[in-house]
Structures are given as C-alpha cells and as structure tokens.
Design a protein around this ligand. Structure first.
Ligand code: ADP
Length: 548
C-alpha cells in the first residue's frame, strides 16, 4: 500500500479570490451605467469582499447560513459572490424576475436570513417583504429609498455603512471543500423550481474547467460580457472563471437592452459574450435598424435553449462572429459541454456550422450516457434517441430538501433532455421530455420545427407545442411572431417546412401572436401557451396539406 504524497489542499472559493487578486490584480470588473462605466480592479473587489465578509460575521452570520442577493450583474454582486461563500455562509442568488409567490416560496424554502438588495430593486422586493418572516436583515446596495422594506420588521442596513466600518484584510477561514458554497433554484421552465446547492469543490473544479479551451477558454487577454444574469446558474460560472484566468468582467447592470449591450461591446471592446438565444436574436434584430460594432468579439457562447441555425449563420455572415453552443442546466453548474467542431473541420464552412448545431461535446470531468425508457443504455452512434443522463464532480446528486428520486438513476442525473450522442461524445438535444410532441406513436421535435421556422425571413420567433388530437394523440401547434411588416401566411410557412422535415411532422395548426411569453431567464415559455390553448384564448388557424 502506498499513500499519495500530495497535499490535501481545499478547493474553495476563497482560493479563487486569492488567485485573482494576487496574480491578476489589475484585471477589472467594469460595470455599465449607461454613461461612464464604473471600474474596479480585482484588488479592490477582493478588498471589498473581505470587508463584506467581516460585516456579515459581525452581524452574526455563521457557517451554513443563507445570505441571498437580489441584484443585477455588477461589481457589488461580484463582491458578494466571494464574500458570502468565502466566510463559510451560502450565497443564494435570487431571480429578480420571479413572480411574488415564487419568490416568497424560494426565500422560505432556502431559509434565507439576510438579503442583499440593489436599491433600484427595493420596490420589487418590498412587495413581498411582509411575508419574509425568516429574514433578519436587508443590506441595501446604494443610497436609494429603502423605507418600504422596513414593513416586514427586519433590519434595513446600508452596505456602504457596513463596509466603511471594516478593514479589508479579512482572514478567510479554512473550509471543508465539500461544504455548501452557493445555491440556485432551477428556472422552472417545465416544472416547479428546485434548489441546487453547489459545494466549494464543485465551484472550483467547474471554474477551472470553464477556463480550459475545451469550454470557454478564458485568458487574461479576454474581456467577458456576462449577459447571462448572475442569478442564472452563477452567470454560467464566468465570474469565478474570470478570477482564475484573469479575464476582465463586463457587467451590464440593469442595462440589458440590446442597445446598451452592443454599446458596451463597442466601447469596452469585449472579446467574449455569453447569452441565451433570445438575447442573441434581439441583438441581431437591432442590427437591422442600426450599425453595430461587434468587431472586438472573438467568440460568442449561446446556451440555455437550442440556438436556431439561421441565428448562428447570420452572426457569422454579418459580423464575422462565431457563436458556439453550450449545453447545461442549473443542476450541472451549468457547463456540461460546448460544441467546438473537431479538428478536421474548416472554420467558416457549412460543415463547421453543422457541428456547431450540436448542443455540445461532453466536457472533460463530466460523464454522459443516453438511455431508453427502461433505463437501458443506448449506443453512441449519433442516431439512437434517448434521455441524456450525466454524472460528475459538478453535477447535482440531489435537490435541496426535495429527494426527487425520479430525477436520478444509479447515481446519474436524468436531465429530462432527449437527444443523440455520437462516438466522439458530441450530443444533440432534440427536445425536452415534456415538450416533445407524440404524434401517432412517433416523436416530433418541437426544437427542430422552431429552429427551421426561425430560419424563414419573415419569422422573428417561433414556439411549437403539442395539442391534444383525437386521432394522433398530439399534433403540433406552431405559435409564430412575424417580423415587423412581414405577412407570411400559415400555408406559406407550412410549405417552407415541406421537404425539410417529414411531411407528417409539418404542423397544420398555426397561431400568429404579437409576442411569445418568455421565462424569467428569457427562454420561450410554453406553459402559458398551452394554458391559453386550453382556455381557447389562442386564435388557431387550421390548414390542410392541400393548402400548402
Ligand atoms: P429550466 O430547466 O427551468 O429551463 P435551466 O436554466 O437549468 O432551467 O435550463 C436547463 C435546460 O435548458 C436544459 O435541461 C435544456 O433543456 C435547456 N438547454 C440548455 N442548453 C441547451 C442547448 N444548447 N440546446 C438545447 N437546450 C438547451
């Protein structure tokens, strides 16, 4: 028997902070203000994180206590990302767009004791403050009016005052790397939100993986525009990866409109930007009305939902921007894979785009398999379609106070995503289990129909849902938003799909809407569309094959 001689060095969030502050102290967190941006070198971020940690300790926050944030993507939120886990408490990033009842449920379920709230968001949080009886204190970021929060009986403190009373040299405690560092609830696109709790170790390993060239490949030469909110799976891990790699962080604060985002890129020369497809689509639409300078971007990443081929193609053609898709979920920290084409493929070719239409190639550190309904493993042949299951050091093995046994199988997380995987580990999500349309014993991929429809020049957005059908069980209903001034008809769009998918997969049910409902993180929200259909609140046009 021989023992390893390696040190048992804890992989914790404070180690990420120390590295960023010491080695990349001049890298910056740049927060957009709509005017002159605010800049803070990582040394300043680290000093403030230390002050905040000391202030929390002085307020009586102990190891394992939950400290929530209700904030935009900005410097102060970044400081909380390090302060809270670093001092041993658990950072709970609250989604500022949740419905009030869901927000109350999540704060209570997580047992948040303290909430850091941006002053511009006080009115939103104050709506529910009366119901948050477990919260001891609000720490307000900024000088804006916060009187409305006092109604719930909790203390209302100012972050500025707390930090001014502390020294920067906080002694970060030694922590068990397996202890909880942060938590996030799923955005609930197909079900109720569930809590996922990340450990220090999973956070560290995920951040390290994100810096690798197989995933985001950040280096000190990068300036990363984190469009994805910091309450959406830790902004996909970018803040921690930035501190390990020295990449500068570009934080849009409340200025999430495409006009601001593109002004930010142009002014600060962002090199990488990460967003869900609906945001990329909005940027593309803006580009039709004004000139955009995206020349500094060396790469874009898109995830959270499938990106239409037309979207990736348009960015490449118009702006020379190569967007690579990534796949992940709250349960997977989130990086499970990125779709970088294999070495024999020439960038800029149609083949390159074919590969980027995969959802990802499984990330180093993550194991993947696909299974049939009985749980039997299916081959890696790029053809067999099954449920994707993953396991690994940054994949959740349970949910917070919710065992949910149906979500796990023999130590693997059942993702609820259906797809194929090829012999080299490239996987393609064809649908979610809950969204796939079951027609006459066969499956129709809602994702494929949506992506094809969004490739039609008249279509701005499309979501396809299954509706009950006496003969076929379910049939697709295509819900379409046309571009301004466009006039494509149902028959025309159905004709456009002909030849691109099997004839029986072409929807005969069509609804034209002014806009599609979106989830709190900007994905198409199919739940309200289904409800509107059930309540006969959608005007549905039916066409026959003869019409197209
Ligand atoms: P929610 O499941 O509530 O939307 P998440 O934000 O955790 O919450 O979303 C994870 C889901 O997003 C995945 O299970 C998958 O269905 C979808 N998704 C993520 N990335 C991609 C991608 N590249 N292509 C297709 N679907 C994706």
């Amino acid at each position: 028997m021989i023992s390893s001689t390696m040190q048992d060095f804890p992989l914790d969030v404070a180690a990420i902070l120390r590295h960023g502050a010491r080695v990349h102290g001049a890298s910056e967190c740049v927060t957009w203000t709509g005017g002159e941006p605010r800049r803070a070198p990582y040394t300043e971020v680290a000093a403030n994180a230390g002050r905040l940690a000391a202030a929390l300790a002085r307020l009586g926050v102990r190891a394992g206590d939950r400290v929530a944030t209700f904030c935009w993507n900005n410097q102060e939120h970044l400081e909380a990302y390090f302060a809270v886990p670093g001092m041993g408490a658990v950072l709970h990033t609250l989604n500022i767009r949740l419905h009030p009842e869901q927000l109350v449920h999540i704060v209570r379920h997580a047992e948040d004791r303290i909430i850091l709230v941006d002053d511009s968001l006080v009115p939103l949080l104050a709506r529910v403050a009366g119901e948050l009886d477990g919260v001891d204190a609000y720490i307000v970021v900024g000088d804006g009016d916060a009187a409305a929060l006092a109604a719930g009986g909790a203390a209302v403190l100012r972050r500025g005052d707390l930090l001014a009373a502390e020294d920067p040299g906080f002694a970060w405690p030694a922590l068990d790397e397996r202890s909880a560092a942060s938590m996030c609830y799923t955005s609930g696109t197909t079900g109720d939100p569930k809590g996922v709790v990340y450990s220090h170790r999973s956070t560290f390993l995920h951040a390290l993986a994100a810096t690798s060239a197989s995933l985001v490949g950040l280096t000190e030469t990068d300036r990363v525009l984190t469009i994805v909110p910091m309450f959406h799976v830790n902004a996909w891990g970018l803040p921690y990866a930035a501190f390990l790699s020295g990449a500068t962080l570009h934080m849009p604060d409340r200025f999430m409109q495409p006009e601001h985002l593109t002004d930010f890129v142009a002014a600060e020369r962002s090199t990488v930007a990460s967003a869900v497809p609906t945001i990329w689509n909005a940027i593309l639409a803006l580009g039709e009305t004004r000139e955009l300078d995206l020349s500094s971007l060396r790469a874009g990443t898109s995830g959270g939902a499938a990106a239409p081929r037309s979207l990736l193609a348009a960015f490449e053609e118009r702006y020379g921007l190569r967007i690579v898709q990534g796949w992940g979920m709250t349960e997977t920290s989130p990086l499970g894979g990125m779709a970088f084409p294999p070495p024999e493929v020439e960038p800029g070719t149609a083949e390159d785009l074919d590969w980027r239409m995969r959802s990802g190639r499984v990330a180093p550190g993550v194991e993947i398999r696909i299974t049939d309904e009985s749980g039997a493993e299916l081959p890696w042949d790029g053809v067999a379609v099954g449920e994707i299951e993953v396991r690994g050091p940054w994949i959740t093995g349970s949910y917070h106070r919710d065992p949910a046994p149906e979500k796990f199988r023999d130590g693997w997380l059942r993702t609820g995503d259906i797809g194929t995987i090829d012999e080299r580990g490239f996987f393609t999500i064809t649908d979610r289990v809950k969204d796939v349309i079951k027609s006459g014993g066969e499956w129709i991929s809602s994702v494929e129909l949506e992506n094809l429809l969004m490739g039609h020049p008249d279509v701005h957005e499309a979501a396809v849902i299954g509706i009950p059908d006496a003969r076929w069980d379910e049939r697709p209903l295509a819900c379409v938003v046309l571009r301004p001034g466009a006039a494509a008809t149902a028959a025309e769009l159905a004709g456009f799909l002909d030849g691109k998918v099997a004839r029986w997969q072409v929807p005969e049910n069509w609804a034209f809407l002014a806009e599609l409902p979106k989830t709190t993180v900007g994905k198409f929200d199919k739940k309200p569309l289904r409800a509107r259909y059930r309540d006969a609140a959608l005007t549905v046009e039916r066409i026959t094959p003869a019409d197209r």
